[in-house]
Ligand binder design. Structure first.
Ligand code: PFF
Length: 450
């Protein structure tokens, strides 16, 4: 029942929670790393175009379906379809979504664990515990598993408290601080030797490269990953918003905040890379490819912090602390997807469901860590590059074709009596019906057959 499901207590609470889900490792680890491996500015350009033209409309599809149904993705997609086979496809899409959300969490917890380890390493350094600090920053199985488990335990702990008590309270706090720290670091890095080379790479696009199918599909995945799309996270969050909110506006704000933080993070990471190169750190292999792209920021950012002397240790402490929190506000939104489904579908108590699913995901993360070379990159590319955009495609199809148009428009009217006169009203319903699915399919066709 809607009343017992919990609701965000305010618009601010929702925006902070949804932005908390969106802003995470995707912005500061994923986007800059991919931009760095894909020619910088060309990637930035394609990412921006796709984020506004595809990810935002797809986000709106999830939010609107979610608020209408006040249910998890499986039930919501069932509710808006009326005939048998379509209902089954809807339910299947929802189930695949929650499997993908769980798989994303399984690699996310590993990277988030690295953030916590680097945070503690800075603490150890402040206390002159050099041995501990070195162990914490070195890539090793023991460290990796310990901090992955710790991160999962934190996620499980928060999610067992429930939506308004857990998610909202945790999300609203530290995001502004993260943005301020990022901006301060950007200003600092730009004063260092080598930074201008990075800035050029980030801002001067090679237009030919922008048309490469691999770049486009990576940028599409990055945009969908960054906005937490396709897996039902935003649908669930939409289901907790009350009917007085103007969804296109709040969805737009979330999109802006998210993209803005990714772009700012790029202004930090790309110049930091070239500062590191200037200082003799090897980042590129002979063929120009990045050495260990996945752990890039764990090399170049600590390198940047060391240029600040002792102050750098404190900055590093603050930075990795904020990153760990940003990762946590995203991971709780991922775990909420399978948890909400299990509670509502199978009648399990919240605590039991959280423990059961959390333990299963921790197990998957362990398997990935034991086969890091083979599985880590593979799970990331299957979930983010392929599954998220394809599931996003399904949400667009459901919003645009399956859902009765009158009901969709009625939902859009909520929270905005003047909805008919807005640009969103005039464009979005057909855009999500035709343009989004066609472009997503075209991008996949080009990658597979181009
Ligand atoms: N958007 C998050 C980030 O950029 O770090 C990642 C994410 C969260 C993906 C929630 C999917 C999801 F359901």
């Amino acid at each position: 029942m809607a009343a017992s499901r919990g609701e965000f207590s305010s618009r601010f609470g929702f925006i902070m929670a949804a932005a908390g889900s969106a802003v995470g490792l995707g912005n500061i680890w994923g986007f800059p790393t991919q931009a760095a491996s894909n020619g910088g500015a060309a990637f930035l350009l394609v990412y921006l175009v796709l984020a506004f033209s595809l990810a935002y409309p797809a986000l709106m599809a999830e939010l609107i379906i979610g608020r209408h149904a006040h249910a998890n993705a499986v039930n919501a997609l069932r509710l808006i379809s009326n005939s048998g086979p379509v209902r089954t496809i809807g339910a299947t899409t929802g189930v695949i979504g929650f499997i993908v959300a769980s798989l994303i969490l399984s690699f996310y917890a590993i990277v988030a664990g690295w953030m916590i380890a680097h945070f503690l390493a800075s603490g150890a350094e402040l206390l002159s515990l050099d041995g501990a600090s070195q162990w914490l920053t070195e890539f090793g199985f023991g460290r990796n598993i310990l901090f992955m488990v710790l991160f999962m335990a934190l996620t499980i702990g928060i999610i067992s408290e429930g939506v308004t008590a857990g998610i909202e309270r945790w999300s609203a706090r530290l995001m502004p601080l993260l943005l301020i720290t990022l901006l301060a670091l950007v200003l600092y890095v730009l004063t260092l030797d080598g930074a201008m080379d990075g800035l050029k790479v980030y801002l001067l696009p090679d237009f030919e490269r922008a048309l490469s199918p691999t770049l486009i599909i990576s940028a599409l995945g990055a945009a969908f990953f960054s906005l937490s799309l396709g897996v039902g996270t935003m649908l669930i969050y939409g289901s907790y918003i009350n009917d007085n909110e103007n969804l296109p506006v709040v969805g737009g704000l979330v999109t802006l905040v998210d993209i803005c933080i990714a772009v700012v993070a790029g202004f930090l990471v790309l110049p930091a890379m070239y500062v590191a190169v200037f200082n003799g750190v090897e980042i590129f292999a002979a063929d120009g490819a990045l050495i260990s792209g996945d752990t890039l920021i764990f090399t170049v950012l600590p390198e940047l912090f060391t240029t600040m002397g002792m102050a750098g240790v404190v900055v590093s402490l603050v930075f990795f602390f904020l990153m760990s929190i940003a990762a946590l506000t995203s991971s709780i939104s991922m775990l909420e997807v399978p948890v909400a489904y299990t509670i509502e579908e199978h009648g399990l108590g919240r605590k039991k469901a959280v423990l059961l699913i959390g333990a299963a995901i921790t197990l998957v993360s362990t398997v990935i860590l034991m086969n890091f070379g083979q599985l880590f990159g593979l799970v990331i590319s299957i979930t983010t590059q392929y599954s998220q955009p394809l599931l996003g495609f399904m949400f667009c199809i459901f919003a645009g074709w399956v859902w009765h148009r009158d009901n969709l428009l009625q939902e859009l009217r909520k929270g905005n009596p003047d909805a008919e006169n807005t640009l969103f009203w005039k464009i979005w319903p057909w855009y999500v019906r035709v343009v989004c699915p066609v472009i997503i399919l075209a991008i996949f066709a080009q990658t597979l057959f181009g």
